[in-house]
Design a protein around this ligand. Structure first.
Ligand SMILES: [Zn+2]
Length: 290
């Protein structure tokens, strides 16, 4: 699933390609992907002639602020990613017009396509069809319970070490689960929580109550370091995620433990282990992370 670095990469790409563009039409073969308004015809009617005034990110949500006080939200969920380009319908299937990364097999699950006033298209490729699209009044979005409950953005300056300690002080649980809880810290999922903890040499199941000041500082520094590097590299693409031009992110060379079970730890040579807890997999080095 795309996490903060991938969503941030998508936002940067979209800003260059579709900011100030006006929606003129929309197509879908999986209308259930649009959750608000529930009626697709209504969605179609509402989005037409609206202009994109701002593109921003909150947690793993992509938000397009539109004219007339509306916002379009896209949550890519498991396998979704937004692409910009041109496609044509050929025997019932959309095919990228130009040769290149948009023809990558991972970019061919187009279930929602927006058409812009300059002839460009923005498509949501989503193999498993779990993505969520919502169009609503900006005020309504900002005041929604889901939005208000989101934890702080870890790359913002206001996310200081004191702030980090403060938000953990009244929480319980294992460090990996805490890092992945969007109501505690926004935007971190399984990939980056695994990578952050490997950097700190802390076991993913360690209880946060047992973390000392030095370990907390190390986790805090690692959050900033790993996410900043991943944003710089354009996220990871070993699975479905692709940038808006269809190309891959470059974090893969830095991926130390996530989905590397059985491979050697790059620090000590011990085999990376995969365990399950809380319904999710955790990847770690049993020698480095105790
Ligand atoms: Zn190791």
């Amino acid at each position: 699933m795309p996490e903060l670095p991938e969503v941030e990469t998508t936002i940067s790409g979209l800003k260059i390609k579709v900011l100030n563009r006006t929606f003129i039409d929309v197509w879908s073969d999986w209308k259930k992907i649009v959750k608000k308004p529930k009626n697709f015809k209504q969605f179609e009617k509402q989005i037409k002639n609206k202009k994109i005034k701002k593109i921003w990110r909150r947690a793993k949500n992509i938000i397009f602020d539109l004219s007339d006080g509306y916002s379009l939200l896209v949550h890519q969920k498991m396998t979704g990613h937004l692409l910009v380009g041109n496609w044509k319908l050929e025997t019932g299937k959309w095919e990228a017009i130009k040769e290149g990364p948009l023809k990558d097999p991972y970019n061919r699950f187009l279930h929602l396509i927006f058409f812009f006033d300059n002839g460009k298209m923005m498509a949501l490729s989503d193999a498993r069809k779990f993505a969520k699209v919502e169009l609503q009044k900006t005020d309504e979005l900002l005041n929604s319970k889901e939005f208000k409950n989101l934890g702080p953005e870890p790359l913002e300056k206001s996310f200081t070490f004191d702030k980090f300690k403060e938000i953990l002080s009244n929480k319980k649980g294992k460090i990996k689960q805490v890092l992945m809880n969007p109501e505690i810290i926004a935007g971190i999922g399984n990939i980056y929580s695994s990578e952050i903890l490997w950097q700190t040499k802390i076991h993913p199941e360690k209880s946060i109550a047992k973390l000392n000041e030095k370990e907390l500082k190390s986790i805090y520094n690692s959050i900033k370091k790993v996410l900043t590097l991943a944003v710089k590299l354009g996220g990871e693409s070993f699975s479905d995620y692709r940038k808006p031009d269809g190309s891959k992110g470059d974090f893969d060379t830095e991926r130390k433990v996530y989905r590397r079970e059985g491979q050697k730890c790059s620090r000590c040579g011990t085999k990376i282990k995969r365990i399950k807890f809380g319904g999710r997999s955790a990847f770690f080095c049993p020698n480095c992370q105790r």
